[in-house]
Design a protein around this ligand. Structure first.
Ligand SMILES: Nc1ncnc2c1ncn2[C@@H]1O[C@H](COP(=O)(O)OP(=O)(O)OP(=O)(O)O)[C@@H](O)[C@H]1O
Length: 357
């Protein structure tokens, strides 16, 4: 078997949404030929979706080079810690913090955050979600845990709530409904910093932070008070929402937080009878915004009544219909975000970095 030729073939293949090939990125950890099976071991610093299917595009080429009859991909992951922007201290045990924001309220930011968190967990990551939306903390409802309260046995730190395989904490668990809506910026920001640092998250690959809508000082301070690795902006296709999404991109850029992409929610409506897709709020807006501002369009989600129903009943789409088309969309987007976060950042040693401070 000619190892060099195999590495060359692998080095020429860039899987969908990756920024580099697996060889130059250093993900290939072994190539062996046993009983006419070529075994290729990859260890990824992020979680991915259907990578084996993508890699199998070069199976026949690899068989030809090696004389193997088939290729067996052994793919695992060890999520890397990427250096966050800014100076704020790391959060013990948390490798990467992904902020989810929207310029406008009601575009589906929390719905998207919850489903993305669940999708990342389904792809094998250890995931937490922090609901920092002081003006409308909806994550306890969406996860079906409104009756729970984070327990504190030492009076200083809290245990997060477990729901559907992820851990969560929310301003909604801690303050009475409506109380936080009158907070001014500094108070909202202080509350976020406190809840972030006083929660015993455990070891997490990704912590999703659902920020309050808007791109004002509150959001800017919040983004700066949290050691954010990268951000995702959720929008709908309407022009007004897009204009605000663009402001969101600029806000993160101002504080050097990489924007891994834009998600267009409620992009189209699919007729349940005939499958026809209709763009209710205009077409191509998310794509235009992403092209004009050089950020990837991570995905487009339909306006689908089942999403709303499932979120309201505390059984998010990823849990209610794990094999459904909508879940496939969320899984694909989660994988794009995970690889985007990795390729847009600088890996740092996890042990040194995520130690308790
Ligand atoms: N793709 C979708 N299809 C149908 N309904 C949706 C979709 N996305 C979100 N919704 C519904 O729209 C409403 C607003 O969603 P959500 O609370 O996630 O928005 P938000 O941007 O977080 O709002 P805010 O932060 O202003 O409270 C919810 O009732 C939710 O169930």
């Amino acid at each position: 078997m000619n190892n060099e030729q195999i590495m060359t073939a692998l080095g020429q293949f860039i899987p969908a949404h990756w920024a580099r090939d697996p060889v130059s990125a250093g993900f290939v950890r072994g190539v062996t030929l046993t009983d006419e099976v070529l075994v290729i071991k990859l260890v990824l610093p992020f979680v991915d979706y259907q990578l084996e299917k993508s890699m199998s595009q070069i199976d026949s080429q690899l068989c030809e080079i090696s004389g193997a009859k088939s290729v067996h991909w052994k793919i695992s992951h060890d999520v890397a810690t990427l250096a966050p922007a800014g100076e704020s201290n790391s959060v013990a045990g948390v490798r990467n913090i992904i902020a989810v924001s929207s310029g406008k309220g009601g575009v589906g930011k929390s719905t998207t955050s919850v489903n993305l968190a669940l999708a990342l967990a389904r792809l094998g990551a250890r995931v937490g979600i922090l609901d920092a939306d002081v003006y409308g903390p909806s994550i306890p409802m969406m996860l079906g845990v409104t009756k729970e309260k984070p327990a504190s046995d030492d009076g200083k730190t809290m245990a997060p709530i477990n729901a559907h395989g992820i851990v969560a904490n929310s301003i909604g668990f801690l303050v009475k409904e409506g109380d936080a809506t009158i907070w001014r910026g500094p108070m909202a920001s202080k509350a976020l910093a406190q809840i972030l640092r006083e929660t015993r998250w455990g070891d997490l690959d990704y912590l999703i932070v659902d920020l309050p809508p808007g791109t004002g000082d509150i959001q800017l301070t919040m983004a700066q008070d949290v050691p954010t690795t990268a951000a995702v902006v959720v929008t709908t296709p309407q022009n007004v929402a897009l204009a605000d999404a663009v402001k969101g991109i600029s806000m993160f850029r101002k504080v050097n937080i990489p924007v891994v992409g834009v998600i267009e929610n409620m992009s189209y409506h699919q007729c349940t009878q005939c499958g026809h897709q209709e763009a209710l709020f205009g077409e191509g807006g998310g794509l235009r915004a992403s092209q004009e501002h050089q950020v990837p369009l991570i995905g487009q989600l339909p306006l689908d009544a089942s999403i709303g129903r499932q979120m309201d009943s505390g059984t998010p789409t990823l849990v209610a219909e794990p094999e459904g088309d909508l879940s496939q969309l969320y899984l694909t987007m989660a994988a794009r975000i995970a690889s985007g976060v990795y390729f847009s950042g600088n890996a740092v040693p996890t042990r040194l970095y995520t130690r308790a401070v």
